[in-house]
Ligand binder design. Structure first.
Ligand code: PLP
Length: 345
């Protein structure tokens, strides 16, 4: 139970009406009757809500704010980390400047990332401002890498049906082409290459996995001179319906990527930080990607922050390539407040 608290001066009904008059909500119409509840308080797993009739409700947020609030609301350690950083500085640009929260966070991410002695480790970190932006950075990094290796035609991405990678244009282009938002933005989005969804873990057989492997291999071979990367959510496609598939399929993607010179991008924005029982879902498959995206639970759901980890090989090649730099740099990159909370989380 949340402790008792005086109702706010602004009544919930008033707040909800004012919201309906001027705000957008996710995937929602601008509507004067949009269903909404006002959050009065949050603690642990619970939210205290008031509806537009003034009735109060206490609920368990089993969705953890879209799978991000992994330690619960108002965690004392995270509250303290945010307060401490706020008393120093909340933001500085990352161009030409650095700070302790970003450096320590990056070191810890590198230390905890999937690793394999036979493969280049994920040693370089780009701190982006949301999951979708981190996917944009990962796609750009893969294209820049291929270009720096003398393959400038490799600009397309092999994605898997049923996937979700975010709502910015590049990220949308690699989401499921039917259930995603492709049809609404047909002229805007780059046309990517889509492999079938892997068989479901519950019913997969050696034969169905073999059939799927052949389909992926055929596509990669057919498009190899124009493909830069493969992107996939390892083991669980989250927003695409919590679809669980065999870890062996992630290993197959690793092999296909290696065979055709493609960068393997694992999107662990939803699955990272223990969501599937392993610290990273890649561990179920024993696969180390070339690029890894994490977000959501990175700050324990406190602030928006994501990270793109890439191998030293990719970082060195892109840095030594024609342009000589990774072409991305958002204003709120490596926000110190978010990094300090992520470090504590
Ligand atoms: C696998 C995956 N990738 C990317 C994203 C996009 O992240 P964000 O909403 O922080 O932009 C999500 C969000 O649900 C996701 O589940």
């Amino acid at each position: 139970m949340l402790p008792a608290r005086e109702p706010d001066i602004v009544s919930a009904a008033n707040l909800i009406d004012r919201d309906r008059a001027c705000l957008w909500h996710p995937y929602a119409p601008a509507s004067p009757t949009l269903p909404l509840w006002a959050v009065e308080d949050a603690s642990g797993v619970r939210l205290r809500l008031t509806d537009d009739g003034g009735a109060r409700h206490e609920v368990v947020d089993a969705m953890s704010s879209w799978w991000s609030a992994i330690h619960g609301y108002r965690h004392p350690v995270l509250d303290e980390a945010a307060g401490r950083q706020l008393s120093r500085f909340s933001h500085v640009m990352f161009g030409g400047l650095t700070h302790e929260p970003a450096v320590v966070l990056a070191e810890r991410l590198v230390a905890m990332a999937p690793a394999d002695p036979s493969r280049a480790s994920l040693a370089r970190v780009f701190l982006a401002d949301s999951g979708s932006v981190s996917v944009e950075v990962a796609l750009k990094l893969a294209v820049q890498y291929q270009s720096a290796r003398g393959r400038p035609r490799r600009q397309r991405i092999l994605s898997i049906r049923g996937g979700y990678h975010g709502d910015t244009a590049g990220a949308m282009s690699v989401c499921d082409p039917v259930d995603g938002m492709h049809s609404a933005f047909a002229g805007l989005l780059p046309r990517q290459v889509f492999a079938p969804r892997p068989p479901a873990a519950a019913t997969a057989t050696a034969e169905s996995i073999e059939t799927w492997r052949d389909a992926v291999e055929d596509l990669a071979r057919l498009h190899s001179d124009e493909l830069a990367a493969i992107i996939v959510e390892p083991v669980v496609q989250g927003a695409g319906g919590m679809f669980v598939y065999p870890p062996e399929c992630v290993r197959i993607l690793r092999e296909v990527a290696d065979r055709h010179g493609l960068v393997l991008i694992l999107d662990e924005i939803a699955t990272g930080f223990g969501r599937t029982g392993e610290l990273f879902a890649a561990w179920h498959a024993g696969v180390v990607p070339d690029i890894l995206c994490v977000g959501k639970a990175l700050t324990g759901g406190y602030l928006t922050l994501a990270a793109v980890l890439c191998s030293d090989e990719i970082a060195r090649t892109v840095s030594a390539g024609g342009v000589g730099a990774l072409l991305h740099g958002p204003t709120f990159m490596a926000n110190p407040l978010a990094c300090a909370v992520a470090k504590a989380s």
